[in-house]
Design a protein around this ligand. Structure first.
Ligand code: 8YV
Length: 334
């Protein structure tokens, strides 16, 4: 039998995942809770065969060019892989894998929470009652929000997560609209009673809520541009649980502040810039809901993501194509 493969894991993972990896491989874990910078990560990779990466690692063409030649697999702990230059990895003969599917349902649950929170004033109510202690007592006009049922939901990207959101939204009484590169099979449209729009510009004019479930690629940057958001119906609501680059955050904040949009709920932000101060101010006024990238943050999903990483690594080390290989034409931003 061959020696245990040396793998480097860029971020701390839930304890059961780390224990399982340590039992199977010769693992180097990042001992701190913060990401490693490129220099530290590259030096940790000396003598390694596999890098287990996360969204906070910038694996661009420079990084790949400097990677020790023995590293032949980048196993991303995550569904999205826009932090990795897939073309450069492929050109260097490095396989990339991700962890789709296991986080789909939990991420869709979170999308529904985001959709409900501002219109039904959930956190606002909790704060008033618990923190400010200002409840004047129940009254027929107390904390009136807006109904979700009967509204039209526009889903950008009816993939795994978009579809899981659509199923939930149907149960909440929303009608489903979607757009994306390809139209789904009639059975899928029928089961969701979903209306396809070939043009996002047209769809935005017909929906009350728009929710983004498409990856961050060169083609999707600012897919919700200022112009598109101005075309949304007055009072429309924006949900982003995908990637921050898909939305023009400044324009979104301005359109909420001006009252054209009734609000927004965002789970993702540009990490380096920090959270847009205009959005923070709107969040304090309960017009906007901000959560810190929690879409897949359940213990169950994170353990299953870890198991998926392990299956990808073992299959690769056994000389087979890993089940969740990102295809060379997998579109990435870097
Ligand atoms: C993870 C995510 O938190 O999977 C994704 O694409 O955005 C999140 O589920 C993150 O990617 C971990 O690397």
């Amino acid at each position: 039998t061959r020696d245990r493969a040396k793998i480097v894991v860029s971020r701390r993972l839930p304890e059961p995942v780390e224990a399982r990896m340590a039992a199977l491989f010769d693992v180097t874990f990042n001992q701190s809770d913060a990401p490693l910078d490129s220099t530290a990560l590259l030096s940790a990779l000396k003598g390694a065969e596999v890098l287990v990466s996360s969204i906070t690692d910038r694996i661009d063409s420079d990084f790949i060019a400097q990677m020790p030649a023995g590293v032949k697999l980048i196993a991303q702990f995550g569904n999205g892989f826009d932090n990795i230059n897939i073309e450069a990895a492929h050109a260097a003969g490095v396989t990339v894998t991700n962890t789709p599917s296991v986080l789909t349902e939990d991420t869709a649950d979170m999308a529904m929470a985001l959709m409900l929170c501002v219109p039904r004033r959930v956190t606002e109510g909790a704060r008033v009652l618990l923190k400010d202690g200002t409840w004047p007592g129940w009254s027929p006009t107390w904390m009136l929000g807006r109904r979700l049922g009967g509204k039209a939901l526009g889903i950008v990207g009816l993939g795994r997560i978009g579809t899981a959101v659509a199923r939930r939204a149907r149960a909440f009484g929303l009608s489903i609209h979607y757009c994306g590169r390809t139209r789904k099979a009639p059975q899928i449209e029928e089961s969701l009673r979903a209306t396809y729009w070939a043009s996002l510009d047209k769809m935005v004019e017909h929906v009350d809520i728009i929710s983004l479930h498409t990856p961050h690629t060169r083609d999707t940057v600012d897919i919700l541009s200022a112009d598109r958001m101005k075309r949304l119906k007055p009072g429309a609501f924006v949900v982003n649980i995908s990637r921050p680059e898909l939305v023009d955050e400044d324009a979104l904040a301005d359109l909420v502040a001006s009252g054209h949009l009734s609000g927004a709920a965002l789970d993702v932000f540009e990490h380096k810039r920090g959270v847009n101060p205009k959005l923070l101010e709107l969040a304090r006024a309960d017009k906007v809901m901000l959560t810190p990238h929690m879409g897949s943050a359940t213990l169950e999903a994170r353990i299953e993501m870890g198991e998926t990483v392990i299956v990808n690594i073992r299959t690769f080390l056994d000389g087979h194509t890993p089940p969740h290989r990102v295809l060379p034409e997998g579109r990435s931003q870097l």
